[in-house]
Design a protein around this ligand. Structure first.
Ligand code: HEC
Ligand code: HEC
Ligand code: HEC
Ligand code: HEC
Ligand code: HEC
Length: 448
């Protein structure tokens, strides 16, 4: 009896396994399904009211409709894909992650958000909860396997629902699940999004802390109106669009090497930046858009202020990590039909400030915010998980410095999108506002 059961189990497993291997994933999945095979989030809402409202507030529900996504896709990516054979695939490909149901249904490009089609459902409940695994060795470029139907796959075995079947699937509890959309390889074969790969190399993977622990924290509650109380995964997916998630992502301290300095002397400051919160590099994800900069100022005893430029460290490619007045992003001219487009300001932050970034380069070696047109990278000067970076500032006191205390302030600022690019493309200002990550102070005494 027992052996028959085991054989049956093995047969069942093999059938299920071979079936899942037959399902297409990644680019091959384009147009292999119909919208009707996926249920709408409003259906789930009637029982999973709390998760629905959480998801609604998260970027997941806006991945197709959000203004900057719409602008980048329709103004830059689609026209570029129609002109350049090498990147032609992104016209469909962007949707594999941002509007997965439209991608599966083969509706490319999907109608604009204002037309209110099902593409607007973005990364919906029924996309994530019908994923059964991924195809290939490394999760990336929407290579998740989608198996829509009556069965919803979740993190717990043995739950029952009046609306659907439920099945436990370990995959949904793993960071690789997130990696299918949070790792992206450009048509030129480089990792333009690597959040899961960064996590995997860092301390949190080693300690068994998946993405979920920080972005879907667990708390006592119910996962459906009629369910029993349990410990359930909150659907927050809070990231760069939540100032609270960004707040103190990096801890900041600063000290002078000498507390007392003669009026004609030199002040030396050390600023320590410790990445306490992120499970990956900071910034991560849309690294081509994000900018993080350290701004240090001094105020003397009479209230006069000065801006301190960071000391150079002289590593290769450092010029991209110190704010300056140069132009970049000329490749936007391809989509905009302006081959001589001069570009816009590269940084848009105070000249001399340290920038924590990794520049993306187009095939001509120019800095780009178009991740699909990225062929190589400059120096990776981002802050790794639990890494500490030290920046130094050497400041010759100005001739007219007042005697007494000089106060120094260091601010670490963040913007989701480089401001000159946002202004040029008319992206709403909230996308390029300056967000304070952290702030610290110190002082020296200037004597005669
Ligand atoms: C008529 C009510 C109802 C509707 C509609 C509904 N569910 Fe459920 N769902 C439940 C109940 C009840 C449970 C079991 C909860 C429990 O026992 O903790 C459940 C459980 C789940 C689970 C957990 C499975 C696990 O293994 O942890 C997932 C995932 C899920 N539902 C997804 C969905 C999705 C996606 C939709 C919309 C397409 C949906 N549900 C629509 C009632 C519903
Ligand atoms: C130890 C906690 C922790 C873990 C683990 C973690 N994150 Fe994060 N994540 C954060 C914090 C804090 C932020 C906000 C600061 C930042 O942008 O890095 C963040 C930001 C993000 C962002 C927004 C980045 C941006 O610039 O838009 C994404 C996307 C993200 N995480 C995805 C993931 C994924 C996917 C994983 C797993 C592979 C993961 N995170 C693991 C803490 C964590
Ligand atoms: C981006 C993918 C994603 C989306 C979108 C998503 N979920 Fe989930 N959901 C998950 C993951 C991952 C888990 C498991 C978390 C864990 O156990 O750490 C989960 C868990 C659940 C659970 C079980 C919670 C528990 O801990 O018992 C339910 C129920 C559920 N989701 C319903 C929904 C509903 C309803 C929606 C839409 C309003 C939705 N999910 C949208 C990824 C997603
Ligand atoms: C089906 C694809 C898909 C899967 C699977 C997926 N994500 Fe996402 N996620 C996206 C997209 C697309 C966005 C970008 C939304 C936007 O801003 O346009 C996003 C945004 C986010 C953000 C918000 C970033 C911000 O700017 O605020 C976080 C955090 C995040 N995801 C975490 C996760 C975690 C954790 C998992 C796994 C449990 C996961 N995602 C699984 C596609 C996915
Ligand atoms: C492999 C999945 C994937 C593909 C393919 C993809 N994206 Fe994304 N995209 C994401 C994820 C995940 C995020 C969120 C990362 C983060 O928050 O840092 C994101 C973020 C963005 C953002 C920034 C959103 C914000 O609010 O700051 C824009 C704009 C965007 N994508 C546009 C596109 C366009 C246009 C394409 C096609 C050329 C594309 N994406 C292709 C997964 C993908």
């Amino acid at each position: 009896m027992a052996s028959t059961k085991i054989v049956l189990c093995i047969v069942f497993f093999l059938v299920a396994y071979s079936h899942s291997q037959d399902l297409p994933a990644g680019e091959e999945a384009l147009g292999t399904k119909k919208y009707e095979q996926y249920e709408s989030p409003t259906v789930c809402k009637s029982c999973h009211d709390n998760f629905y409202e959480q998801w609604k507030q998260a970027m997941m529900s806006q991945a197709y409709t959000h203004h900057w996504d719409e602008i980048e896709y329709f103004k830059l990516a689609v026209p570029h894909a129609e002109k350049d054979e090498k990147v032609a695939g992104v016209k469909a490909g962007c949707n594999g992650c941002h509007a997965p149901m439209a991608f599966m249904a083969g509706i490319v490009p999907p109608p604009k958000p204002e037309e209110n089609t099902r593409a607007n459902e973005s990364v919906a409940c029924d996309i994530c909860h019908t994923i059964i695994g991924f195809k290939g060795d490394i999760p990336h470029n929407f290579n998740y396997i989608s198996n829509p139907g009556r069965t919803k796959y979740g993190p717990k075995p043995g739950l029952s629902s009046p609306h659907h079947d439920t099945e436990y699937n370990e995959f949904i509890t793993q960071s690789e699940f997130c990696g299918t959309c949070h790792n992206e390889m450009s048509p030129y074969g480089v990792w333009v999004k690597a959040t899961q790969l960064e996590w995997k190399e860092g301390p949190y993977a080693k300690e068994g802390v998946p993405c979920h622990q920080c972005h879907m924290p667990k708390a006592k509650g119910k996962n459906a109106k009629m369910a029993k109380e349990d410990i359930v995964a909150q659907h927050l997916f809070h990231g760069a669009h939540d100032p609270g998630k960004l707040a103190s992502a990096i801890e900041l301290r600063m000290n002078p090497l000498e507390r007392e300095v003669p009026y004609d002397g030199v002040v030396s400051l050390n600023v320590q930046l410790f990445s306490a919160k992120p499970g990956h590099k900071f910034p991560t994800g849309s690294v081509e858009d994000r900018i993080v900069w350290l701004h240090v100022t001094a105020t003397d005893a009479e209230g006069k202020s000065y801006h301190l430029p960071v000391d150079k460290k002289s590593f290769a490619g450092e010029e991209y990590t110190i704010a300056s007045d140069v132009l970049a992003y000329q490749d936007m001219g391809i989509a905009l039909n302006d081959p001589n487009f001069p570009g816009v300001q590269r940084d848009g932050v105070p000249i001399g400030d340290r920038i924590f970034r990794m520049p993306y380069f187009d095939p001509q070696g120019r800095m780009t915010i178009q991740q699909w047109n990225t062929k190589s990278f400059g120096v990776d000067y981002r802050i790794g998980p639990r890494e500490t970076k030290i920046e130094t500032f050497t400041w010759q006191l100005p001739d007219d410095i007042a005697l007494g205390k000089v106060h120094f302030t260091a601010e670490l600022n963040y913007s989701k999108l480089v401001k000159p690019v946002a202004d040029f493309l008319k992206v709403p200002a909230e996308e390029s506002e300056t967000i304070l990550i952290n702030k610290t102070n110190t002082w020296v005494e200037v004597y005669d």
